[in-house]
Design a binder for this molecule. Structure first.
Ligand SMILES: CC(C)(COP(=O)(O)OP(=O)(O)OC[C@H]1O[C@@H](n2cnc3c(N)ncnc32)[C@H](O)[C@@H]1OP(=O)(O)O)[C@@H](O)C(=O)NCCC(=O)NCCS
Length: 222
């Protein structure tokens, strides 16, 4: 039997501006470009500079958003800043100026069809987001990090490379789960908490506290 070639749907292109221009931004840029609808027109940063070889032109400071939107016909803005507090501040400003946020999902991320991802989030290569999990706006699920089923990941959370979050875990807004950390099932990590690299979290973590070690214990961050 012959093969029938279906016409490619005529999807409109989405012109995206990248805010942030360091190594994390480059990873996000590659993930943005995995979506064939995305055209990344350029990047801006707080001082107008970016790393060498970023791959898109530097268009100036992040104070010039309105003019840039006009000159470059921007549809969406993607905030590619790794630090949670800075990403949250810049995102609020971008939204306040009336822009819609983009979302960066690597073609190498595996996202359940029953998961929900909110605008501004980044799911980077090797990230796994399993069934019925919700990824909040502006959250990062970084390289090879996994978030299993029925988790609630808050806004501007960063799940760092290689971290594993078991099923049923809640992570409050702005928390950092460090590189390679593991969080056991059904626990709650409070807003703004920091889980150190390599930690094994076996009990709930209070908002704003820092824990590390195996089993993870509350410590005074320096
Ligand atoms: C937990 C963390 C926040 C602590 O930072 P800090 O308060 O600056 O800690 P310090 O570097 O001053 O270290 C204090 C002590 O704790 C130890 N320590 C720090 N982090 C540790 C960790 N994750 N696991 C075990 N021990 C740790 C240090 O070796 C040091 O020990 P010492 O007093 O015997 O010398 C930090 O080390 C960390 O793990 N951050 C996560 C980083 C990350 O994954 N970022 C994502 C990037 S994509």
């Amino acid at each position: 039997m012959g093969t029938t070639l279906l016409p490619v749907p005529n999807t409109p292109l989405v012109r995206v501006l990248l805010v942030g221009a360091n190594g994390h931004a480059r990873v996000c840029l590659e993930a943005l470009l995995d979506d064939p609808r995305h055209v990344v027109v350029g990047a801006i940063s707080s001082d107008g500079t970016g790393i060498e070889g970023l791959g898109v032109p530097m268009l100036g400071h992040d104070r010039n958003l309105a003019a840039l939107a006009r000159d470059h016909a921007i549809d969406r803005v993607f905030v590619a800043i790794g630090d949670n507090a800075a990403r949250s501040d810049v995102t609020r400003r971008v939204e306040g100026e009336g822009f819609t946020l983009g979302t960066a999902i690597s073609r190498f991320a595996m996202v359940s069809h029953t998961a929900t991802t909110h605008d501004g989030s980044a799911l980077l290569p090797g990230a796994v987001v399993n069934a019925a999990t919700v990824i909040g706006g502006g959250a990062i699920v970084n390289t090879n990090a996994s978030v299993d089923h029925d988790c609630a990941i808050g806004e501007f959370v960063h799940i760092a490379p290689g971290a594993s979050i078991a099923g049923g875990v809640t992570v409050g807004a702005g928390a950092l789960i460090g590189i390679g950390a593991r969080v056991l099932p059904n626990l709650t990590i409070g807003a703004g908490a920091v889980v150190g690299a390599g930690a094994v979290v076996v009990s709930d973590v209070a908002a704003g506290s820092t824990v590390w070690g195996a089993p993870a214990k509350v410590r005074e961050a320096s």
